[in-house]
Each structure stands twice: as structure tokens, then as C-alpha cells.
Ligand binder design. Structure first.
Ligand SMILES: Nc1nc2c(ncn2[C@@H]2O[C@H](COP(=O)(O)OP(=O)(O)OP(=O)(O)O)[C@@H](O)[C@H]2O)c(=O)[nH]1
Ligand SMILES: [Mg+2]
Length: 297
């Protein structure tokens, strides 16, 4: 009989490359939130895929970026830890855009640090047939010494080949997690993230980036899941924007979030959301800790 295999696989890449979309597709659950905006993911989120004789432990990470403020520094720590822990690093690249001449410094760092690396050319579904080969060739020239795989996290094209490559590479090892576990994150975290996703989708400019969500109550009340959330923003004006005229903004967020929560937990949800101002929370270490950003990940 074959020995059990298990490994840690970290998904790294620039913001918006499709890391969260791919992790959800691989695990088959909506664990990470996805939006068209850069810097959606703020934590290292583990997604566990357990199968017959194997366990793949994926880490979705924030898109790597220059550290601008305290929150960004925390986000980059998660990227660093995911890089250090990985048996295999998947470096995602959005090939629907042409490559830029100047290679970002973090890419070089990842390539040097990773013991086992696969470069994933993602969003291939967006390439028009007439430009496809030229574009892919331009990108290949950026990674002359790396193994490259092409895929689309949205359509699933190339996913089976990737799975096979991962299973071939991970070491013989017992399972790290109970096979029933899906993630290291709590239900409260997932509920807060769903609300944050709706805020990213419904508001523009700085508002989503100034927003954090905490779940204050998460209680199963005879078949009804009661969730009370607090949305934190940095300024009074942003509070007004989130609530919206006649409360319409918050109502839209609440309705959309509740629907996704009901789909995720397969249960009726009663959701209430309030809004509070926490000036400059993104640069306040105490506040960041309170919001769950820790040095350890
Ligand atoms: N067409 C297409 N769109 C994709 C693909 N993968 C991701 N996207 C889209 O790209 C956007 C960003 O996807 P995410 O999965 O949130 O990207 P991310 O790398 O996790 O981004 P950050 O969390 O901000 O670092 C979303 O609008 C996705 O729907 C793909 O293969 N094809
Ligand atoms: Mg993400």
C-alpha cells in the first residue's frame, strides 16, 4: 500500500493574481473572499484538502506589496511565514496582462527562497486566441529557469494537471489536520470576511481599505444562526458612506452577506451590522492585535 502523503503549499503573488480564487477552487469551498480589487486578502488563510492517502494544506496569502502602514507590515509577515513553511510554493502570475520589464523585487526573493516552486500562469481564459502564444511566450521569458504551468482558476482549466503535479511533489508524511477540517480559521472569521467582501464590492476608493469587520456574537439559536457584526472605519465621514442614504448602503451589504452566509452554513441567518469609528486603526498596533493581526500566523 502507498504511504500517506502530505504537504504545505503556499499561494503567493501580486495582489489580484487570483490566489484566493485558486485556493477556493482547489479546496472546493469558499474559504477566502474574492473581489476585483487589489489587496482583498489580509491574512494567511489555510485551506485543507484531504483525500484518499493524501492531504494538501494550502495557504492563501495577501498579495505582496511594499509596506506602507502597520496593516501592510502584518500582511507581509503572513506572506513571509507562508514562504518559509512551504513544501511547495505556487507563484501566481496574471498573464492576461503583458509583463512589465521591471521585475518586482519580491518575485526574485520568492524564487531564491523556495525549495520547490511552480510558476502558475493564471487567467489564461482571458487570452484571445490570436494573442495567446505571443503573450505566453513573453511571460515564459521572465521565468527561464522555473517550471511553469498554465491554468484558469475560474474555469478550472489546468487544475487537474496542477493537482497531479502537487501530489507527485509532496513528501510521504502523516496528515497534519483531521480529515474533516477545512481551515484553521474560525466561523467568526469567515463571517467577518464575507461582510468585508461585500464592502469591497459595494464601495469605492479608500473606504474598503479603511474597513475592518469583527463578529461580536455568533450563536446558534434553535436552528437560527444569530450573527452580530461591527464594521470599523477610520473616519466619521466613512461611517456615513458605509451606512448610506436612508441606511441603504448597509442594508445592501447585509442582504448580500446574509445570502452568502446562508449558502455557506446551510442555515437561516439573522444578521445585524453596526458601524463604529476607530481613528487610524491601520497604524495602531493595539487595534491591529484586537482585530486579529498577530505576529504569529
Ligand atoms: N477571468 C479570470 N478571472 C480570474 C481568474 N482568477 C481570478 N480571477 C479574478 O481576478 C480577481 C482577483 O481574484 P482574487 O482571487 O481575489 O485575487 P488574489 O490574488 O487573491 O488578490 P489579493 O487577495 O488582493 O491579493 C477577481 O475578480 C477574480 O474573479 C481566472 O483564472 N480568470
Ligand atoms: Mg486574495
Amino acid at each position: 500500500m502507498n504511504k500517506h502523503k502530505a504537504g504545505f503549499i503556499s499561494l503567493l503573488g501580486l495582489p489580484n493574481a487570483g490566489k484566493s480564487t485558486l485556493m477556493n477552487a482547489l479546496v472546493g469551498e469558499r474559504l477566502s473572499i474574492i473581489t476585483p480589487k487589489a489587496q482583498t486578502t489580509r491574512h494567511r488563510i489555510i485551506g485543507i484538502l484531504s483525500g484518499d492517502g493524501f492531504q494538501l494544506v494550502f495557504s492563501d496569502t495577501p498579495g505582496y506589496l511594499e509596506s506602507a502602514h502597520g496593516l501592510h507590515q502584518m500582511m507581509m509577515r503572513y506572506v513571509d511565514s507562508a514562504l518559509k513553511d512551504a513544501d511547495i510554493v505556487l507563484l501566481l502570475v496574471d498573464v492576461s496582462r503583458p509583463p512589465v520589464k521591471e521585475v518586482d523585487p519580491y518575485r526574485k526573493q520568492i524564487i531564491e527562497a523556495a525549495e520547490s516552486l511552480i510558476v502558475l500562469f493564471n487567467k489564461t481564459d482571458l487570452l484571445k486566441p490570436e494573442e495567446r502564444e505571443i503573450r505566453l511566450q513573453e511571460w515564459r521569458e521572465q521565468f527561464p529557469d522555473q517550471e511553469i504551468m498554465e491554468l484558469s482558476a475560474v474555469t478550472g482549466d489546468g487544475k487537474d494537471e496542477l493537482m497531479q503535479a502537487l501530489l507527485n511533489r509532496i513528501p510521504e508524511c502523516p496528515a497534519y489536520y483531521d480529515p474533516d477540517e477545512l481551515t484553521d480559521k474560525s466561523e467568526r472569521f469567515i463571517a467577518a470576511e464575507i461582510i468585508r467582501e461585500k464592502i469591497f464590492l459595494n464601495y469605492r476608493q479608500e473606504v474598503p481599505y479603511s474597513t475592518e469587520v469583527m463578529i461580536e456574537r455568533f450563536k446558534d439559536d434553535e436552528g437560527l444562526l444569530r450573527i452580530e457584526a461591527m464594521v470599523y472605519v477610520e473616519r466619521e465621514s466613512q461611517k456615513g458612506i458605509i451606512i448610506g442614504a436612508g441606511g441603504l448602503g448597509l442594508k445592501t451589504v447585509g442582504t448580500e452577506a446574509r445570502k452568502d452566509m446562508e449558502a455557506f452554513w446551510q442555515q437561516k441567518i439573522f444578521l445585524t451590522i453596526r458601524v463604529k469609528v476607530r481613528p487610524n486603526w491601520r497604524n495602531d498596533p493595539r487595534q491591529l492585535r484586537y482585530f486579529g493581526y498577530s505576529d504569529k500566523s
